[in-house]
Design a protein around this ligand. Sequence first.
Ligand code: FES
Length: 120
Amino acid sequence: MVGQLFTKKLSEVAYYKYHVFFCTNQRENNKACCQRFDAVAMRQYAKAKIKQRGLSGKGGVRINTAGCLDRCESGPILVIYPDSVWYTYVDTEDIDEIIQSHLIEGKRVERLLSDDQIKD
Ligand code: FES
């Protein structure tokens, strides 16, 4: 049984096709943080869009809240697994582009990659 799991590709055993984590952390003393950019509302927007487009659930996309991802100076930040792609964003149009391009079409949004993203 366990051996069978190791012979399958990750995509065959993953519950979600994409798992998206939005940092929504707020730091004290006016330090750089993702919530400065309304990250909670942006995560809620993304979650609603994914549900509206019928992409949520098993085999689809999961939008989750994360605490600090230790990239505060690069924020606001989100990461998509299993691709390990880190994005930043400014507004809901950026979120829409990430959903359409990365999560639906499977193409990175180069202009929104985090500065410290390892680029191909
Ligand atoms: S507050 Fe978002 S990465 Fe630290």
